[in-house]
Design a protein around this ligand. Structure first.
Ligand code: MN
Length: 203
C-alpha cells in the first residue's frame, strides 16, 4: 500500500496534516490530474513538488524550488507518496513531528502528461518508472512544460526538474523569490507560522 510510508512517519493526534482517505483508482474520471507545490520551511527550506498519479501525489523535494529558466536544472529528491488531500494542506507541523515546520501552498493547478515516445503518449506511471516525465502545468505561478529527469543509477540516482524551452519559459522571472505568498490564503510563510502555530509552541 503506497500510503504506508506517509502514515508510518506521522502521528495524526499531533500533526494537522491529513490522514488521507482511501481513493482506489483516484478521483472521478474525466478530471484533469492536479499538481501542487508546497514551500516547506522545515529543518532545511525546500519546495515539495507533487503530481497526481493513480490516486496519490508522487512527490519530490526541490531544495531551490522550481525555475522558469530552462538553463536552471533544479535537484529534485524523491520523497514518499502523499495522499491527494495533501494538496489542500497549509499550516504548521509541530516540533518533533516528521517534517516539523511551516507549509505554504505556493502553487497549485492541473497538469497534462506530455511525455511522448515515437509520437505516442507514454502513460505517466510508465514514464516515472523510466525516469523521464514531461508535464505541462496550468498553475497560478507556473505554466508550461517541465521535465523531470532521472540521472545516475541505484543509490546515486537523482532527479532534475527543468523548465522546458517553450512560450512560458522566462529567464528573467524568479517566482520563488518574487512571488512568495500562498495561492490558497495570500499569506507569507511568517504569517502562517505566527497564525497557525499550536498554542503550546507559541511562546
Ligand atoms: Mn517537505
Amino acid at each position: 500500500m503506497a500510503k504506508t510510508g506517509y502514515r508510518k512517519k506521522r502521528d495524526f493526534s499531533r500533526t494537522p496534516e491529513p490522514r488521507g482517505k482511501s481513493r482506489k483508482g483516484g478521483r472521478k474520471s474525466g478530471k484533469e490530474p492536479i499538481f501542487v507545490i508546497q514551500k516547506h520551511d522545515a529543518s532545511t527550506l525546500h519546495y515539495d513538488f507533487r503530481i497526481e498519479v493513480d490516486g496519490v501525489l508522487k512527490s519530490w523535494a526541490v531544495p531551490k524550488g522550481p525555475s522558469t529558466d530552462p538553463r536552471q536544472k533544479r535537484l529534485a529528491i524523491p520523497t514518499e507518496d502523499h495522499p491527494l488531500d495533501y494538496a489542500d494542506f497549509e499550516g504548521v507541523i509541530p516540533e518533533e513531528e516528521y517534517g516539523a515546520g511551516t507549509v505554504l501552498l505556493w502553487d497549485r493547478g492541473t497538469f497534462e502528461n506530455i511525455t511522448q515516445k515515437d509520437d505516442e503518449t507514454v502513460a505517466i506511471a510508465k514514464a516515472l518508472q523510466q525516469g523521464h516525465v514531461l508535464v505541462r502545468l496550468h498553475g497560478k505561478k507556473l505554466t508550461g512544460g517541465y521535465a523531470l529527469q532521472r540521472t545516475g543509477k541505484g543509490k546515486d540516482a537523482k532527479w532534475l526538474l527543468v523548465k522546458m524551452d517553450d512560450d512560458n519559459a522566462d529567464a528573467r522571472r524568479n517566482p520563488v523569490s518574487t512571488e512568495p505568498k500562498s495561492v490558497l490564503s495570500g499569506r507569507t510563510i511568517e504569517e502562517i507560522e505566527n497564525e497557525d502555530a499550536p498554542e503550546e509552541a507559541a511562546q
